[in-house]
Structure formats: C-alpha cells, structure tokens
Design a protein around this ligand. Sequence first.
Ligand SMILES: *Cc1c(COP(=O)(O)O)cnc(C)c1O
Length: 345
Amino acid sequence: MTPIDLRSDTVTRPTPGMYEAMRAAPLGDDVLGDDPTVRLLCERLAALFGKPAACFVPSGTMANLCAVRALTNPGDEILLHRDGHVYHYESAGFAAIAGCAPAFIDSPDGIFGPEALAPLIRPRSPHFAPASLVVIENTHNRAGGVVWSLAQVAAVSAEARRLGLRVHLDGARIWNASVKTGVPVASFAAHADTVACCFSKGLGCPVGSAVLGEVEVIERVLRSRKMFGGAMRQSGMLAAAALYAIDHHIDRLAEDHANARIFAEAIAGAPGLHVDMQRVQTNMVFFDLDPALGSAGDFCDRLERSGVRMLPAGPRTIRAVCHLDVNKAQVEHAAATVSSAARAT
Ligand SMILES: *Cc1c(COP(=O)(O)O)cnc(C)c1O
C-alpha cells in the first residue's frame, strides 16, 4: 500500500495536467534570457504581486538568500524570528554567503509587532553592525502555518521603514495566507521590498521558487542566482508547471486547510496528544506527545510501519502537512492511525 505522506507539502507529484503543460511548453535558454515560458512566468508573477520584476530560482532557500544578499551589505545585521526558516532551516546562508549577522526576534507564534524592531537597532557607531533588513514569514512554518494578517504585516513594515530597514517577505506559503485571509498576494507584497514564493510547496510543482521586487533589486538577485549556480537553461519546463499551478492549484488550498482542521480535531481527543487549535490556521498541524508516548522520532517510526508518514519537529513534537496528494479520506485515515498509535502505547 502506498503510504499516506504528510511529511511536507513538498512531496507532491505533478498532476497529469501539469505534466502535459510541462511537455507542451515552448523552451529556450533562460541563461541567455530567451526561454519564453520563464519570461511568461516572470511577467505573470510581476502582475500578480504588483512588483516590477521577478526572477525564477530553483529553491525557496536560494530565493531567500538572493533577496537577503540583494538588500544588505556584508557586515549588516538582519532582524529575523528565531524560529524563522531563514535562520532555522537554511544552513546559515545569510551569514556564510550574504555575510550578515542575525538579531533575533522571539515570539511564541512566529508573529511579532512593530515594537519588536526598535530595541534591536543599535546606535550608529563604528562599534556596531548596522541593521538593514527585517524578515517576515507568512505563513510561518515552524509556528504551525500561522498567518500574518495584512494589518500585522503593514504595521511591521511601516515601523521598519521608519527605522530605515528594508523588508523581505518569505512567502514560501504566501498563497496559503492569501487563500486563508482573502487578501490578494499583491496587498501583502506592497509592504515588502522583496517577496520569495514557492511553487513546490502547496502549489504542487516539482521544483521552483521566485523572488519579486524592484528592477534594480532583481538585477542583483540575478547576479546572485548566477553566482550560486542557480541559473538554469531550458527551465521553461519548470516554469510551465508553475504557470499551470497558478491557474489550477491556488483556490484548492482551501481544501488542504479544511483537511488540516479535520485531522487536528480528530486527534485532539486522543490520550497523550496535544494540539494547539489556535495555531491550526492553514495546511499544517503540529502536535505534542506526552512523555509516556515516547519520542517524536519513535512515534513517527511506528506511524511509518502503519503506512502514515510524518516528521518529528522537536523531541516531542510532530508535524503533519496536508497537500494536493492527500484527500479527505486519507487524512481521516491518518488521524485514526495516529489516535490508535497513541492508545496502543
Ligand atoms: C520550504 C520553505 C522555504 C524554502 O525551502 P526550499 O526547500 O529551499 O524550497 C523557505 N521558507 C519557508 C517558510 C519554507 O517553509
């Protein structure tokens, strides 16, 4: 039996329609600048996000790194959430490659207010690293797919501008935030200098992310992409998948959100499992285990033997993510498997 794979929304396979779009896409050489499908994707994205320019890159990690590098100078400080993807999951590229130091923002749910910024800005002096950038992550991955409202983004962005900081929006799952709130992605993007978005998460593409911003900023992004080895040749094949996903896979994210809620509600009553329902806002569910249930790693191993895949997200925390390749019945089955694993211990 094929396992029900809830490890991440990155595990999806292209749908038949997406494969067909990839097969049919006109191709060129994007490093030479003439792949028509990549060009079309960049135009579509620029219009969708209300930004003058876009750059297609292989991964969200590269999108964030190119953006950070475009908006900072080596030796700058960047303000970021301690649980943010840029700090937690990107192998410190912002430090190793962009040459930036982190100034941490802490909050329980990945969201912070404008008042978090000023205390981290140090006096202008040759002693101190100048802060130049703040990173916002919407939806916030490690907080459980928590959504920043437009008002929250706007407030932090206004304060950042007042303090002379630029703003990068890590929007790997910005479409989840948009579908959840009904706010167009362009409205979120209006409060950021750069936006990174991913097609290989909820949108179901095999590969691909993008960075959006002003023309001069995207010129810098293009240089970094080349330097990092991320400039691709007949990448129109991948851009075609992204275009297909923009047309067909955005609205359906609401199903993933509904399935995550179904899963969370179904396991909430099981002995020894704890879910913070406040944080179940989009397609992710993080739940904690009582010590009697053993470690998250062992619990995931037991689930794996029952045909259900999830990832440990901490010593006693497990993450389940709903996506295009799991339907309601499979999510219900996964919840029943988790509940009976908890009862059996
Ligand atoms: C997945 C993710 C990224 C990028 O990850 P890649 O695996 O490099 O595509 C960036 N930010 C957030 C919040 C993510 O969840």
